[in-house]
Design a protein around this ligand. Sequence first.
Ligand code: FES
Length: 357
Amino acid sequence: MAVKQLVTKVWIAPGCIVCDACETTCPDVFDVRHDDGTCLIRPDAMDAEFTKPRSQLIKDAAAECPVDVIKFETIEVEVSDAEAAAAPAPAAPAAAKAPAAGEPKAPAPTKAHPEKPARTHEVAGPKIVDPAIQALLEAATTRGGKAMIDKPAFNAAAVLKRIQQLPPDRLPPDARQQLTLEKTRPAKPEEVTRRNMVLAAAWGAMAAVGGISGVAFGRFMMPNALEEPDPRVRIGGLDKYREMNPGDVNEDYKNSGKFWIIREEKENRIAALSIICTHLGCVPSWLPNDRKFKCPCHGSGFKPNGVNFEGPAPRPLERFKIFMDGDNVIVDRSKKFLAMGPNDTGVWNDPESYIEV
Ligand code: FES
Protein backbone atom coordinates (compact mmCIF):
# COMPACT_ATOMS: atom_id res chain seq x y z
CA MET A 1 0.00 0.00 0.00
CA ALA A 2 1.05 3.55 -0.65
CA VAL A 3 -0.08 6.87 0.76
CA LYS A 4 -1.68 9.57 -1.32
CA GLN A 5 -2.48 13.14 -0.29
CA LEU A 6 -5.89 14.52 -1.11
CA VAL A 7 -6.79 18.18 -0.91
CA THR A 8 -9.61 18.85 1.54
CA LYS A 9 -9.47 22.63 1.68
CA VAL A 10 -8.06 25.28 -0.62
CA TRP A 11 -7.84 29.04 -0.24
CA ILE A 12 -6.12 32.11 -1.64
CA ALA A 13 -3.73 34.06 0.60
CA PRO A 14 -3.38 37.82 0.11
CA GLY A 15 -1.17 38.93 -2.77
CA CYS A 16 -2.98 37.46 -5.78
CA ILE A 17 -1.90 39.18 -9.01
CA VAL A 18 -4.99 38.09 -10.99
CA CYS A 19 -2.92 36.37 -13.66
CA ASP A 20 -5.45 33.67 -14.71
CA ALA A 21 -2.95 30.83 -14.33
CA CYS A 22 -4.91 28.96 -11.63
CA GLU A 23 -8.24 29.24 -13.44
CA THR A 24 -6.62 27.99 -16.63
CA THR A 25 -5.30 24.95 -14.79
CA CYS A 26 -8.31 24.21 -12.61
CA PRO A 27 -11.40 26.21 -13.64
CA ASP A 28 -13.71 24.15 -11.42
CA VAL A 29 -12.04 25.55 -8.33
CA PHE A 30 -10.58 28.98 -9.14
CA ASP A 31 -12.55 32.01 -10.26
CA VAL A 32 -10.27 34.85 -11.38
CA ARG A 33 -12.16 38.13 -11.39
CA HIS A 34 -10.52 40.99 -13.20
CA ASP A 35 -13.27 43.46 -12.35
CA ASP A 36 -12.74 42.86 -8.62
CA GLY A 37 -9.00 42.36 -9.00
CA THR A 38 -9.16 39.16 -7.04
CA CYS A 39 -9.35 35.41 -7.28
CA LEU A 40 -12.02 33.45 -5.43
CA ILE A 41 -12.60 29.84 -4.58
CA ARG A 42 -15.84 28.74 -6.22
CA PRO A 43 -18.57 27.83 -3.71
CA ASP A 44 -18.61 24.16 -4.80
CA ALA A 45 -14.90 23.92 -4.06
CA MET A 46 -15.44 24.73 -0.39
CA ASP A 47 -16.49 21.11 0.02
CA ALA A 48 -13.76 18.52 0.61
CA GLU A 49 -15.61 15.93 -1.48
CA PHE A 50 -15.37 18.34 -4.40
CA THR A 51 -11.68 19.12 -3.98
CA LYS A 52 -10.43 15.58 -3.34
CA PRO A 53 -10.84 14.33 -6.93
CA ARG A 54 -9.22 17.54 -8.16
CA SER A 55 -6.24 17.30 -5.81
CA GLN A 56 -3.62 17.06 -8.51
CA LEU A 57 -5.04 19.98 -10.48
CA ILE A 58 -5.13 22.10 -7.33
CA LYS A 59 -1.53 21.18 -6.55
CA ASP A 60 -0.55 21.99 -10.12
CA ALA A 61 -2.27 25.37 -9.88
CA ALA A 62 -0.43 26.06 -6.61
CA ALA A 63 2.89 25.13 -8.18
CA GLU A 64 2.23 27.32 -11.21
CA CYS A 65 1.05 30.34 -9.23
CA PRO A 66 3.67 33.06 -9.86
CA VAL A 67 3.24 34.56 -6.38
CA ASP A 68 2.47 31.38 -4.43
CA VAL A 69 -0.76 32.52 -2.85
CA ILE A 70 -2.66 29.25 -3.38
CA LYS A 71 -2.68 27.33 -0.11
CA PHE A 72 -4.30 24.04 0.71
CA GLU A 73 -4.69 21.37 3.34
CA THR A 74 -4.45 17.67 2.67
CA ILE A 75 -5.27 14.37 4.27
CA GLU A 76 -3.48 11.12 3.65
CA VAL A 77 -5.29 8.10 2.31
CA GLU A 78 -3.96 4.65 1.66
CA VAL A 79 -4.07 3.48 -1.93
CA SER A 80 -2.75 0.48 -3.75
CA ASP A 81 0.69 0.78 -5.33
CA ALA A 82 -0.90 0.58 -8.76
CA GLU A 83 -3.28 3.38 -7.97
CA ALA A 84 -0.53 5.52 -6.51
CA ALA A 85 1.46 5.10 -9.70
CA ALA A 86 -1.51 5.88 -11.94
CA ALA A 87 -2.00 9.36 -13.39
CA PRO A 88 -4.31 11.48 -11.24
CA ALA A 89 -7.91 11.75 -12.35
CA PRO A 90 -8.43 15.26 -13.76
CA ALA A 91 -12.04 15.76 -12.78
CA ALA A 92 -14.55 14.83 -10.12
CA PRO A 93 -16.17 11.45 -10.51
CA ALA A 94 -19.60 13.05 -10.89
CA ALA A 95 -18.43 15.38 -13.63
CA ALA A 96 -16.22 12.89 -15.42
CA LYS A 97 -17.31 11.75 -18.83
CA ALA A 98 -17.96 8.08 -19.26
CA PRO A 99 -14.99 6.56 -21.08
CA ALA A 100 -15.57 5.73 -24.72
CA ALA A 101 -15.41 2.11 -25.79
CA GLY A 102 -11.83 0.92 -25.67
CA GLU A 103 -10.64 3.83 -23.55
CA PRO A 104 -8.98 2.90 -20.29
CA LYS A 105 -11.13 3.43 -17.29
CA ALA A 106 -10.14 6.25 -14.94
CA PRO A 107 -8.65 5.11 -11.66
CA ALA A 108 -11.18 4.41 -8.98
CA PRO A 109 -11.74 7.34 -6.64
CA THR A 110 -9.81 7.16 -3.44
CA LYS A 111 -13.02 7.32 -1.43
CA ALA A 112 -13.04 3.55 -1.58
CA HIS A 113 -10.03 3.49 0.69
CA PRO A 114 -9.93 4.32 4.36
CA GLU A 115 -8.82 7.81 5.23
CA LYS A 116 -6.40 8.27 8.06
CA PRO A 117 -8.25 9.97 10.88
CA ALA A 118 -5.41 12.37 11.65
CA ARG A 119 -5.39 15.37 9.34
CA THR A 120 -2.01 16.64 8.39
CA HIS A 121 -3.11 20.28 8.13
CA GLU A 122 -0.29 20.72 5.73
CA VAL A 123 -0.10 24.06 4.01
CA ALA A 124 1.52 23.27 0.74
CA GLY A 125 2.95 25.23 -2.12
CA PRO A 126 6.43 26.40 -2.98
CA LYS A 127 8.06 29.20 -1.09
CA ILE A 128 7.67 32.79 -2.23
CA VAL A 129 10.01 33.66 -5.06
CA ASP A 130 12.00 36.18 -3.10
CA PRO A 131 11.62 37.98 0.24
CA ALA A 132 11.93 41.37 -1.46
CA ILE A 133 9.02 40.65 -3.79
CA GLN A 134 7.04 39.28 -0.88
CA ALA A 135 7.77 42.42 1.15
CA LEU A 136 6.63 44.59 -1.70
CA LEU A 137 3.40 42.67 -2.05
CA GLU A 138 2.72 42.76 1.67
CA ALA A 139 3.27 46.49 1.85
CA ALA A 140 1.01 47.16 -1.10
CA THR A 141 -2.75 47.24 -1.11
CA THR A 142 -5.19 47.91 -3.89
CA ARG A 143 -7.96 50.43 -3.81
CA GLY A 144 -10.04 51.46 -6.74
CA GLY A 145 -8.00 49.15 -8.99
CA LYS A 146 -4.71 50.90 -8.16
CA ALA A 147 -1.83 49.78 -6.07
CA MET A 148 -0.33 51.83 -3.35
CA ILE A 149 2.03 51.53 -0.44
CA ASP A 150 0.04 51.87 2.76
CA LYS A 151 2.89 51.34 5.17
CA PRO A 152 4.52 54.76 5.60
CA ALA A 153 7.82 53.29 6.71
CA PHE A 154 8.09 50.95 3.75
CA ASN A 155 10.83 51.98 1.36
CA ALA A 156 9.49 50.71 -1.96
CA ALA A 157 12.24 52.35 -3.96
CA ALA A 158 14.90 50.47 -2.03
CA VAL A 159 13.10 47.17 -2.44
CA LEU A 160 12.62 47.69 -6.15
CA LYS A 161 16.30 48.52 -6.48
CA ARG A 162 17.15 45.39 -4.59
CA ILE A 163 14.94 43.28 -6.82
CA GLN A 164 16.81 44.69 -9.81
CA GLN A 165 20.08 43.66 -8.24
CA LEU A 166 19.09 40.14 -7.31
CA PRO A 167 21.59 37.49 -8.40
CA PRO A 168 20.20 35.01 -10.93
CA ASP A 169 19.82 32.26 -8.38
CA ARG A 170 17.43 34.45 -6.36
CA LEU A 171 15.20 35.31 -9.30
CA PRO A 172 11.84 33.69 -9.94
CA PRO A 173 12.28 30.79 -12.31
CA ASP A 174 12.18 31.88 -15.92
CA ALA A 175 9.19 29.68 -16.56
CA ARG A 176 7.20 31.52 -13.93
CA GLN A 177 8.19 34.91 -15.25
CA GLN A 178 7.20 33.80 -18.70
CA LEU A 179 3.92 32.48 -17.43
CA THR A 180 3.19 35.74 -15.67
CA LEU A 181 3.98 37.77 -18.76
CA GLU A 182 1.89 35.57 -21.02
CA LYS A 183 -1.09 35.21 -18.76
CA THR A 184 -1.35 38.84 -17.74
CA ARG A 185 -3.66 40.98 -19.77
CA PRO A 186 -2.32 44.40 -20.74
CA ALA A 187 -3.39 47.15 -18.37
CA LYS A 188 -3.92 50.82 -19.09
CA PRO A 189 -0.69 52.76 -18.57
CA GLU A 190 -2.11 54.76 -15.69
CA GLU A 191 -3.55 51.73 -13.98
CA VAL A 192 -0.89 50.06 -11.89
CA THR A 193 -2.21 47.02 -10.14
CA ARG A 194 -0.47 44.44 -8.01
CA ARG A 195 -0.18 42.41 -11.15
CA ASN A 196 1.86 45.20 -12.73
CA MET A 197 4.02 45.44 -9.67
CA VAL A 198 5.01 41.81 -9.86
CA LEU A 199 5.40 42.10 -13.59
CA ALA A 200 7.62 45.08 -13.04
CA ALA A 201 9.59 43.11 -10.50
CA ALA A 202 9.99 40.29 -13.00
CA TRP A 203 11.04 42.72 -15.70
CA GLY A 204 13.41 44.44 -13.33
CA ALA A 205 14.87 41.09 -12.41
CA MET A 206 15.25 40.19 -16.06
CA ALA A 207 16.84 43.57 -16.67
CA ALA A 208 19.36 42.81 -14.00
CA VAL A 209 20.20 39.55 -15.75
CA GLY A 210 19.97 40.67 -19.34
CA GLY A 211 21.55 44.09 -19.05
CA ILE A 212 18.39 46.00 -19.98
CA SER A 213 18.52 49.55 -18.77
CA GLY A 214 17.20 49.97 -15.27
CA VAL A 215 15.96 53.43 -16.27
CA ALA A 216 13.23 51.91 -18.41
CA PHE A 217 12.18 49.73 -15.52
CA GLY A 218 12.15 52.71 -13.22
CA ARG A 219 9.97 54.71 -15.58
CA PHE A 220 7.60 51.81 -15.89
CA MET A 221 7.30 51.22 -12.22
CA MET A 222 8.07 54.07 -9.95
CA PRO A 223 5.82 57.04 -10.70
CA ASN A 224 2.54 55.19 -10.86
CA ALA A 225 3.07 52.57 -8.19
CA LEU A 226 3.45 55.22 -5.53
CA GLU A 227 0.62 57.40 -6.73
CA GLU A 228 -2.13 57.74 -4.16
CA PRO A 229 -5.56 57.71 -5.79
CA ASP A 230 -8.23 59.99 -4.40
CA PRO A 231 -9.71 58.12 -1.44
CA ARG A 232 -12.96 60.10 -1.64
CA VAL A 233 -15.85 58.76 -3.67
CA ARG A 234 -18.93 60.84 -4.46
CA ILE A 235 -21.96 58.55 -4.35
CA GLY A 236 -24.85 60.89 -5.18
CA GLY A 237 -27.61 62.49 -3.16
CA LEU A 238 -29.14 61.21 0.04
CA ASP A 239 -32.62 60.57 -1.42
CA LYS A 240 -31.55 57.31 -3.02
CA TYR A 241 -30.32 55.99 0.32
CA ARG A 242 -33.38 57.20 2.23
CA GLU A 243 -35.39 54.76 0.12
CA MET A 244 -33.42 51.79 1.44
CA ASN A 245 -35.20 49.60 3.96
CA PRO A 246 -33.58 48.79 7.30
CA GLY A 247 -30.99 46.05 6.72
CA ASP A 248 -30.71 46.76 2.97
CA VAL A 249 -27.37 46.66 1.20
CA ASN A 250 -26.53 48.82 -1.81
CA GLU A 251 -23.88 47.24 -4.04
CA ASP A 252 -23.46 50.08 -6.56
CA TYR A 253 -19.93 50.85 -5.42
CA LYS A 254 -18.71 47.35 -4.67
CA ASN A 255 -16.46 47.19 -7.72
CA SER A 256 -15.51 50.81 -8.30
CA GLY A 257 -15.21 51.94 -4.69
CA LYS A 258 -14.67 48.66 -2.82
CA PHE A 259 -17.47 49.35 -0.36
CA TRP A 260 -21.14 48.66 0.24
CA ILE A 261 -23.62 51.21 1.54
CA ILE A 262 -25.75 49.65 4.26
CA ARG A 263 -28.86 50.89 5.99
CA GLU A 264 -28.73 50.12 9.69
CA GLU A 265 -31.52 47.91 10.97
CA LYS A 266 -32.11 49.69 14.25
CA GLU A 267 -30.94 53.22 13.53
CA ASN A 268 -31.95 55.60 10.76
CA ARG A 269 -28.42 55.62 9.46
CA ILE A 270 -26.41 54.62 6.45
CA ALA A 271 -22.76 53.58 6.60
CA ALA A 272 -20.03 52.54 4.14
CA LEU A 273 -18.77 49.00 4.68
CA SER A 274 -15.43 47.79 3.29
CA ILE A 275 -15.72 44.74 1.02
CA ILE A 276 -12.49 43.22 2.37
CA CYS A 277 -12.92 40.19 4.61
CA THR A 278 -11.18 40.73 7.94
CA HIS A 279 -9.79 37.20 7.91
CA LEU A 280 -7.37 37.11 4.98
CA GLY A 281 -8.64 39.74 2.61
CA CYS A 282 -10.97 37.95 0.19
CA VAL A 283 -14.15 39.64 -1.03
CA PRO A 284 -17.36 38.29 0.52
CA SER A 285 -20.63 38.17 -1.42
CA TRP A 286 -23.87 39.72 -0.23
CA LEU A 287 -26.52 36.99 -0.09
CA PRO A 288 -29.85 38.84 0.11
CA ASN A 289 -31.90 35.70 0.74
CA ASP A 290 -29.71 34.67 3.66
CA ARG A 291 -29.37 38.27 4.85
CA LYS A 292 -25.61 37.96 5.24
CA PHE A 293 -22.24 38.55 3.62
CA LYS A 294 -20.47 35.26 2.97
CA CYS A 295 -16.76 34.97 2.26
CA PRO A 296 -15.96 32.27 -0.32
CA CYS A 297 -12.41 31.67 0.91
CA HIS A 298 -12.90 30.19 4.36
CA GLY A 299 -16.58 30.64 5.01
CA SER A 300 -16.72 33.68 7.27
CA GLY A 301 -20.18 35.18 7.59
CA PHE A 302 -21.09 38.77 8.43
CA LYS A 303 -24.48 40.19 9.36
CA PRO A 304 -25.98 43.01 7.24
CA ASN A 305 -24.32 45.53 9.57
CA GLY A 306 -20.92 43.89 8.99
CA VAL A 307 -20.61 42.09 12.33
CA ASN A 308 -18.84 38.75 12.04
CA PHE A 309 -20.78 35.79 13.36
CA GLU A 310 -19.37 32.64 11.74
CA GLY A 311 -16.10 31.39 10.33
CA PRO A 312 -12.56 32.52 11.12
CA ALA A 313 -12.93 36.29 10.58
CA PRO A 314 -11.87 37.84 13.91
CA ARG A 315 -13.71 41.14 13.63
CA PRO A 316 -16.46 42.97 11.73
CA LEU A 317 -16.07 44.44 8.29
CA GLU A 318 -14.47 47.85 8.48
CA ARG A 319 -16.38 51.07 7.94
CA PHE A 320 -15.24 54.14 6.09
CA LYS A 321 -15.83 57.76 6.95
CA ILE A 322 -19.00 59.07 5.29
CA PHE A 323 -20.25 62.66 5.20
CA MET A 324 -22.32 65.17 3.26
CA ASP A 325 -20.71 67.70 0.96
CA GLY A 326 -23.55 69.97 -0.02
CA ASP A 327 -26.15 67.66 -1.56
CA ASN A 328 -23.69 64.86 -2.13
CA VAL A 329 -22.79 61.89 0.00
CA ILE A 330 -19.02 61.33 0.11
CA VAL A 331 -17.25 58.18 1.26
CA ASP A 332 -13.70 58.85 2.41
CA ARG A 333 -11.69 55.63 2.37
CA SER A 334 -8.67 57.26 4.00
CA LYS A 335 -10.37 57.05 7.39
CA LYS A 336 -11.60 53.72 8.76
CA PHE A 337 -13.61 52.77 11.81
CA LEU A 338 -12.39 49.45 13.13
CA ALA A 339 -14.38 47.34 15.54
CA MET A 340 -11.96 44.85 17.08
CA GLY A 341 -14.61 42.19 17.72
CA PRO A 342 -18.32 41.51 17.31
CA ASN A 343 -19.03 43.21 20.64
CA ASP A 344 -16.77 46.17 20.04
CA THR A 345 -18.98 48.26 17.80
CA GLY A 346 -18.98 51.44 19.90
CA VAL A 347 -16.64 53.02 17.38
CA TRP A 348 -19.55 53.05 14.92
CA ASN A 349 -21.22 55.71 17.05
CA ASP A 350 -18.63 58.17 15.85
CA PRO A 351 -20.66 60.72 13.83
CA GLU A 352 -18.12 60.49 11.01
CA SER A 353 -18.94 56.80 10.50
CA TYR A 354 -22.58 57.25 9.50
CA ILE A 355 -25.15 59.68 8.07
CA GLU A 356 -28.64 60.07 9.48
CA VAL A 357 -31.29 59.53 6.81
FE1 FES B 1 -10.83 33.79 5.06
FE2 FES B 1 -12.64 35.55 4.27
S1 FES B 1 -10.56 35.49 3.78
S2 FES B 1 -12.91 33.84 5.49
